[in-house]
Ligand binder design. Structure first.
Ligand code: NAD
Length: 471
């Protein structure tokens, strides 16, 4: 039984002033793994004060120094892949496959930040003026549980590239994963106070970060509901906000798509990270006259999808992170049934033999219309809705008929046609005939999927303030 009883402030592991305990429960067995002692408002205030002090000198570091820090942070995690995979599998229930990809994403974040620093110009001439891109200040980083260390690396690497110091509040459910990355980062030996980490509840530690006047910017990843609360708090002190929020991503299968490629990819897109992914392709838009063919393929693939122990290297869908998340997914499956959608495969309850953990049956609905709640709301579990369309114009209309706009997918055997459709989709990122990640290109959402972008030059500039010198 592990107890995580330290937070990280000013370059050291320290005991939090808060004393509330939070139980860490295995999603796979529902047995207790350990406990975390949560930080409180005062801990958040301490961390912010330290980050503010460190900013004075860190903001003056050279590009070469920041590259060196990024290299050190990267090196500190590079040899611990197995440990990162193991702790993510154990604590979060992430599948071995997803945890491995997630580790590569962590490393990739440092690489892309280093590449940016080697090419980005912090001074530019615009018009007749010099524009200086200045680090924005102390950044509050608030993140969810579904890829905790991936988010820490992505946001911290960009902040360091920009010359900002940070206070990070991970999800309380990710305490063991946070502990591991902190042990690594500690070895990297960065100047004190550059990054500080406070475990704690959103309404306590997160809320303090959102309103504290010494935080200049919030980089948040999480639900649209909490994102709105943070943005409201942040505006009082005019904090800049980058909000990476929820999604209900459409996957448009055009009538010329090679279904034997497009449908397996569609299932992978829907069930990635056991369906607990903001970018999951959860609305599958198929031509009406291809529905029967699609149904046959989907049933075949989903019936072979391996659900179970996330440690198993061939498991595709692991447990939901918590009992609460399991219940949420069950409620949505019941909602789909009540709304008159038809279950093609899957359904309510746990798969046989997996009663101890928070496992759900990967579920696919047909006879779904885009106005049903299962087609409009983010479920955050392995539940896919198949929606039919008659024409390409209608497909685009349905795809865009959502309050979200994080990611979209298009499949076609004609590249020009796919490009034309992709260019009409209201989504921050559109995947054409593939599922990929480009860490040098912006990522983020249209509409209620967020504000701003991460990654690439646009992502870096979200941590900078332009100062124009008119000479
Ligand atoms: P959540 O919004 O409930 O929590 C996210 C973080 O916010 C947690 O650390 C939580 O403690 C904190 N928080 C909660 N209340 C707060 C408050 N009042 N003030 C400040 N902080 C507060 O999200 P979750 O359930 O942990 O994660 C799932 C959600 O995250 C989904 O909606 C998913 O789509 C979204 N997500 C988005 C992206 C993206 O890149 N767009 C990526 C992953 C997850």
């Amino acid at each position: 039984m592990k107890t995580i009883d330290k937070i990280y402030i000013n370059g050291a592991f320290v005991s939090p002033r808060g004393n509330e305990r939070f139980e860490l429960i295995s999603p796979t067995t529902n047995k207790k793994l350990g406990e975390v002692i949560l930080g409180n408002k005062e801990d958040a205030i301490d961390a912010i004060a330290v980050a503010k002090k460190a900013f004075k000198t860190f903001s003056k570091t050279t590009i070469e120094e920041r590259i060196e820090y990024l290299q050190k942070l990267k090196a500190s995690i590079e040899n611990r892949k197995q440990d990162f995979v193991n702790v993510m599998v154990e604590e979060y229930g992430g599948t071995f496959q997803f945890a491995s990809v997630s580790f590569d994403y962590m490393i990739g974040s440092f690489n892309s930040a280093i590449t940016l620093l080697n090419t980005y110009s912090f001074k530019k001439i615009m018009g007749e003026s010099e524009v200086q891109m200045e680090p924005i200040g102390v950044v509050g980083i608030i993140i969810p549980w579904n890829s905790s260390n991936g988010f820490i690396c992505g946001k911290l690497a960009t902040a360091i590239a920009a010359g900002c110091t940070v206070v990070i509040k991970p999800s309380e459910m990710s305490a063991q994963q946070t502990q591991l990355i902190l042990e690594c980062f500690h070895e990297a030996g960065l100047p004190k106070g550059v990054y500080n980490v406070v475990n704690g509840l959103g309404e306590v530690v997160g809320a303090e970060i959102s309103r504290n006047p010494d935080i200049s910017k919030i980089s948040f990843t999480g639900s649209t509901m909490v994102g709105k609360m943070i943005a409201k708090q942040a505006v009082d002190t005019m904090k800049r906000v980058t909000l990476e929020l929820g999604g209900k991503s459409p996957n448009v299968i055009l009538d010329d798509a090679n279904l034997s490629k497009a449908i397996p990819m569609a299932i992978a897109a829907a069930f990635m990270n056991s369906g607990q992914a903001c970018i999951a392709g959860t609305r599958l838009l198929v031509p009406e006259n291809k529905l029967e063919e699609v149904k046959t393929l989907v049933s075949e693939i989903v019936s072979k999808t391996i659900v179970g122990d996330p440690k198993n290297q061939i498991t595709a869908v692991g447990p939901m992170v918590s009992k609460k998340q399991y219940e949420r997914v069950q409620n949505y499956i019941q909602t789909g049934i009540n709304e008159g959608a038809e279950i093609l495969i899957g359904g309510l309850g746990k798969p046989e033999g997996l009663e101890d953990g928070n496992f759900v049956k990967p579920t696919v609905f047909v006879n779904v219309n885009n106005q049903m709640r299962i087609a409009r709301e983010e479920i955050f579990g392995p539940v896919l809705s198949i929606i039919t369309y008659k024409t390409e114009v209608e497909a685009v209309e349905i795809a865009n008929d959502t309050t979200y706009g994080l990611q979209a997918y298009v499949s076609s055997s004609n590249k020009d046609r796919a490009y034309k459709v992709a260019s009409q989709l209201q989504a921050g990122r559109v995947q054409i005939n593939k599922i990929g990640h480009d860490p040098m290109a912006p990522f983020g959402g249209f509409k209620q999927s967020g504000i701003g972008r991460e990654f690439g030059t646009i992502g870096l500039e979200a941590y900078l303030e332009p100062r124009t010198l008119i000479r």
